[in-house]
Design a protein around this ligand. Structure first.
Ligand code: UD1
Ligand code: CA
Length: 453
């Protein structure tokens, strides 16, 4: 039987942030969510989260995940003190306790499985994950024999010069035999540089401590400061891009693009430089994105081109061309074969198949039929200062350049609107609507001649 405890009570002083460290985001989800996910395949009986610094905020954000037991650590007196809080909670529990540092977010599920299975087979009291790091500074150093038996862990700040040269580091991931740990936990001391209770001291107190070395040291990167946060983001982004390149996506300049884990791509998608995808994006076969675009929760069918544009919560049909410099806002749905051109903003609008909005327009709260042509500079005036109103434009209508359609307004099918019109009344199908001052011509008129005085 397995229980998982995530240490998430620390303040994260070195982040210098108002946000608790474990809530810092990494490729779209928080550090602690990533840590929890790394133990998911083991289907633990209990999932415990030790909270302390801004406990309410952490609880509030994570309760929706469900199945978590929050355990309060107050004050935060070290990782050993954090696990001591489990003594009453896990009283009588028989099985293993997997302890995960809340700030080690890149751990793969397979690695955690290997750790737990190895622990069960070896009969050790604790098995911990280690890594050999080129630069071990900041990490606890693990001292072991060549059989994998661990004698002690010494924190970086407590090391003498000799000890500091050891590059076998503690990842902060441990599988304990709970009954054995529960016996030694009460006797931890704070005899160290920080005056805290260290969980790492339990390895010396337990009869048999072993370690398993991780194959990919990137997995055990800890996040203590913004630099390490950025490094982890880099590792995650590279994993994601490598995965999608193997699945048939082209990145012209991979390092300049970022993705979220919830993105899905079809075949032969080309992603040009400086293009970023966030949230749940679905990108169909043969789409071409970028250069320089930002897509969030975008659902694109096949063959869509997006150039220098920002797209947020939008559905786009096949073969649509977007940009350069379009801004597509939430609730917009564009049907197949449309053309959305430069400096066009769309919001909460439905654009029918084959319609074109090519230049300099704002279309909000509107419903356009098929093959509508919206002239340059057309605006739907959807807001009366209090309420938003809708604009409906029927199939094959043509809106002249620089028109203002004052909503609520309904234009039928095959309506033609003269350029420069301001329309406030509905227009029937097949009609021409003009709403502008008549042009005045005065024949033979010239400026009065200048007189000299
Ligand atoms: C810890 C380990 C170190 C290891 C490193 C790996 C100890 C003493 N040291 O050091 O050997 O190499 O992780 O990343 O364990 N926390 C609490 N309550 C507390 C203090 C911390 O819940 O009172 C939580 C933090 O929120 C964090 C985790 O425990 O998620 C680790 O704490 P941190 O202070 O970052 O430990 P490190 O100095 O990185
Ligand atoms: Ca840490």
């Amino acid at each position: 039987m397995l229980a998982v405890a995530v240490l998430a009570a620390g303040k994260g002083t070195r982040m210098r942030s108002a946000l608790p460290k474990v809530l810092q985001p990494l490729a779209g989800s928080t550090l602690v969510e990533r840590v929890l996910a790394s133990a998911q395949t083991l289907t633990p009986k209990r999932r415990l989260l030790i909270v302390g610094h801004q406990a309410e905020r952490v609880e509030e954000q994570l309760s929706p995940l469900g199945g978590l037991e929050f355990v309060l650590q107050q004050p935060q007196n070290g990782t050993g003190h954090a696990v001591q809080q489990l003594l009453p909670v896990l009283d009588g529990f028989q099985g293993e306790l997997l302890v995960l540092n809340g700030d080690v977010p890149l751990l793969r599920t397979q690695t955690v499985e290997v750790l737990v299975n190895g622990h069960r087979q070896s009969g050790a009291d604790v098995t911990l994950l280690t890594a050999r790091l080129a630069d071990p500074s900041g990490y606890g150093r693990v001292f072991s024999d060549n059989q994998g038996r661990v004698s002690s862990i010494v924190e970086d700040r407590d090391c003498n010069e000799d000890q500091r040269r050891n590059n076998l580091t503690n990842a902060g991931i441990y599988c304990f035999n709970w009954a054995a740990l529960a016996k030694v936990l009460p006797s931890l001391s704070n005899d160290n540089d920080q005056g805290e209770l260290y969980l790492t001291d339990t390895v010396t107190m337990l009869p048999l401590a072993r370690h398993v070395e991780v194959a990919d040291p990137d997995e055990v990167n800890g996040v203590n400061n913004r630099k390490q946060l950025a490094q982890c983001e880099g590792v995650l982004q590279q994993r994601l891009r490598d995965h999608w390149m193997a699945e048939g996506v082209t990145f012209v300049d991979p390092d300049s693009c970022t993705l979220s884990e919830e993105c899905q791509f079809g075949r032969d998608v080309v992603i040009e430089p400086q293009t970023h995808l966030r949230g749940r994006c679905h990108i169909g076969d043969g789409c071409k994105l970028g250069p320089a675009s930002l897509l969030t929760n975008a659902y694109l069918e096949q063959g869509v081109c997006v150039l220098h544009s920002v797209i947020n919560d939008v559905k786009v049909g096949k073969q649509v061309k977007i940009g350069p410099f379009a801004h597509l806002r939430p609730g917009t749905h564009i049907a197949d074969n449309c053309r959305i051109g430069n400096f066009v903003e769309l919001k909460k609008s439905h654009i029918g198949e084959g319609s074109k909005i090519n230049h300099l327009s704002y279309i909000g709260d509107a419903e356009l039929g098929r093959d509508v042509n919206v002239g340059a500079g057309t605006i739907t005036a959807n807001y009366d200062g209090v309420m938003k109103h809708r604009t409906l434009i029927g199939d094959q209508s043509s809106i002249g350049a620089n028109s203002v359609l004052v909503a609520p307004i309904v234009l039928g099918t095959k309506v033609t609107v003269g350029a420069g019109s301001t329309l406030t009344k509905d227009v029937q199908s097949g009609a021409l609507a003009l709403g502008r001052a008549k042009q005045l011509i005065k024949q033979g008129w010239s400026m009065p001649e200048k007189t000299q005085d």
